[in-house]
Write a protein that binds this ligand. Structure first.
Ligand code: CS2
Ligand code: MG
Length: 408
């Protein structure tokens, strides 16, 4: 069996998805996601200029050897652009493998460990009342877990992932349009004074069973993060995400020394070498890698197994940052992983996205029910894809009130 060709598509409804399609001499094709938010053309070009010419002629069944060829063969290893490109190839090869075996991928991993995988939605509010309405909206739909972000009073822009004005709380995503970033402001003291009270109020209003998550988005310094983690303990969080910039891994020791709040980290990691020490030292509770940025199913499965040895559970990075292909790869891993924790899932559910990526993976009562179709269980409609073209975008940048650059 041989790979005869591969193509890359960039574009999509309200977002630039990078989709790889690998064709074989047996008519079976595989699909993979290389979407790297706001840098989408780069993994696409890495694939077209360097990787696809090498793939042609290879046996797609040798996914392990092909992964090693990509990783060891690059010489300049790792980094999100290369790893997203490898991730798409690896996903597509697993898709082909599943189609050849006529089995959904979770069967090839070891079968199902659970019927549905719990997901968390994103609740957000311009102020506390607005946030409470947003949480109620998701709880009423059956979600068991909600990430909560709230506008901080007295800051010129209100904080990470919160709307500027009230009532825009459903599926709020930061606007990425245009190549020049929007500037947001930040004040750690105001945030640290305000947020613990909001989290406690949520716990009081929604009771002990709701799983509450909160994302600091790398904005606190180690001492601040340790103090903040201690101060949010009464709210009994499911997790506190990215309390400090992810590069400084020793910062997490300080947090552990002062608090028992569960820590989730890893959405910006792109290899096992970014998290093996954190896992082995048991400094985190959830690992947040995504199958796309972390180089595909092959390496992520190794991370999941390492994490399992150290009581670290999965909490894969989710939509809308990745396409339904990455979400499907994660749905299969979630169905299998003995140490599954939770899956991030922002309900976009647009008819346009479903038309571009038809599948029968489905969401019911805050759980993802994995598809039983062979392979990833997601298709890609090229006619639909022809309707979209690449539109450049940018994450916001963050400055302190005196103008100093800060972490987005
Ligand atoms: C966020 C991300 O989902 C999350 O937890 O931190 O959505 C992040 O902001 C984006 O992936 C950036 O592209
Ligand atoms: Mg995050």
């Amino acid at each position: 069996m041989k790979i005869i060709d591969a193509k890359v598509f960039v574009g999509g409804p309200a977002k630039n998805y990078v989709t790889l399609k690998i064709m074989t001499d047996q008519g079976i094709y595989g699909l993979g996601d290389a979407t790297l938010n706001n840098r989408e053309t780069l993994p696409a070009q890495y694939l077209t200029d360097y990787l696809i010419p090498n793939l042609v002629g290879m046996d797609p069944r040798n996914s392990e050897d092909i992964w090693q060829f990509l990783y060891r063969g690059a010489y300049f290893r790792r980094g999100p652009i290369a790893m997203a490109a490898f991730g798409a190839i690896d996903m597509a090869l697993w898709d082909i493998k599943g189609k050849l075996a006529n089995m959904p991928l979770y069967q090839l991993f070891g079968g199902k460990s659970r019927d549905g995988a719990m997901v968390y939605a994103h609740a957000t509010g311009a102020d506390t009342e607005d946030l409470m309405d947003s949480i109620s909206y998701y709880v009423d739909q059956g979600y068991k877990a909600v990430r909560v972000q709230c506008g901080v009073p007295g800051m010129p822009t209100k904080g990470y992932a919160v709307p500027e004005s009230k009532g825009a709380f459903r599926n709020h995503i930061t606007s990425y349009s245009g190549i020049r970033p929007k500037v947001e402001t930040w004040d750690s003291d105001k945030y640290m004074r305000f947020m613990p009270g909001v989290l406690e109020e949520i716990r009081d209003r929604f009771g002990p069973d709701l799983k509450i998550l909160h994302d600091v988005h790398h904005r606190l310094m180690p001492r601040e993060a340790a103090a903040f983690a201690k101060s949010v303990e009464p709210a009994n969080l499911f997790w506190l995400e990215d309390p400090t910039p992810a590069e400084d891994q020793d910062a997490l020791t300080l947090i552990r020394q002062h608090s028992t709040v569960p820590i989730a980290i890893g959405e910006v990691f792109n290899s096992i070498y970014d998290c093996n020490k954190l896992i082995e030292r048991e400094l985190i509770d959830f690992i947040r890698v995504a199958v796309t940025y972390a180089g595909g199913i092959t390496p992520v499965k190794r991370i999941v197994d390492l994490a399992g040895l150290h009581h670290v559970r999965t909490g894969f990075h989710g939509a809308p940052s990745h396409s339904p292909l990455c979400m499907a790869a994660q749905a299969h891993l979630n169905a299998w992983a003995p140490n599954f924790g939770i899956q991030e899932y922002l309900v976009l559910g647009t008819p346009e996205c479903d038309a571009l990526f038809p599948s029968d993976h489905r969401m019911e009562n805050g759980m993802v029910l994995v598809s039983d179709a062979p392979g990833l269980g997601v298709d890609f409609d090229e006619k639909e894809a022809a309707r979209y073209e690449y539109a450049p975008g940018s994450h916001p940048v963050v400055r302190l009130e005196d103008g100093t650059m800060w972490n987005y």
